[in-house]
Write a protein that binds this ligand. Structure first.
Ligand SMILES: [Zn+2]
Length: 209
């Protein structure tokens, strides 16, 4: 079941008090329309009914897909304690993300039947290439889709308003899975943060073997 709370908020532009619908949990099976909002990154959006003022809020919530068996804890800004996994989601893949862009990426990865840890390892290699190509210190890559025998990523380079798209052969993904197998990699307990930092430490471990 999805859980929502109605809150009164005052429009910062016109001062009219109205309702804001907040989701503390989203169940993708029961509310496909909320899954769509997650994919569109509009879960936090609020528009004033009187003056059309637009605002994006940020609050923690749980996103659960009982069919695909994963649960994602969204904690904006990475602040606050992640929820304790309940007995019902014991066998689910559990992840923690800090914003809607990361949530969307996890949905796309899991809905394509991919392992997000292996995808992060692929991104590590890709980002190294992109950083030297654009002479950027930091880039952010997000999995976008599978196309025939390659994976496409949207890459955000500082100073560029739009992402650039790059593809990597699926072969690289398979090699990343091999790395995880060689290390006997197991998911960390609880709501794990599977990100660039984890990929970096996995590759360091692998190179040390
Ligand atoms: Zn207003």
């Amino acid at each position: 079941m999805s859980t929502e709370i109605m809150k009164d908020i005052i429009c910062p532009q016109c001062g009219v008090s109205q309702k804001y619908r907040l989701y503390t949990s989203i169940n993708a099976r029961e509310n496909p329309e909320l899954k769509r909002m997650a994919l569109e990154e509009t879960v936090f959006d609020w528009r004033c009914g009187r003056c059309s003022y637009f605002a994006a809020m940020a609050y923690p919530f749980l996103y659960m897909d009982p069919d695909a068996r994963y649960v994602i804890c969204v904690t904006p800004g990475g602040s606050g304690q992640p929820a304790e996994p309940t007995e019902a989601v014991k066998d689910f893949v559990k992840r923690r993300v800090k914003n809607l862009a990361e949530l969307k990426e996890k949905l796309l990865i899991f809905d394509n039947g991919l392992d997000d840890v292996a995808v992060e390892v692929v991104k590590n290699a890709l980002c190294t290439i992109i950083k030297s190509k654009y002479e950027a210190k930091r880039v952010h890559a997000y999995f976008s889709r599978i196309q025939e025998d390659s994976m496409e990523f949207a890459i955000f380079v500082p100073g560029r308003p739009n992402p650039v798209y790059h593809s990597t052969r699926l072969e690289v993904y398979k090699q990343s899975q091999e790395v995880l197998r060689a290390l006997d990699f197991m998911d960390p307990p609880g709501f794990a943060v599977v990100d660039a930092r984890l990929a970096k430490s996995i590759l360091e471990q692998y190179q040390a073997t």
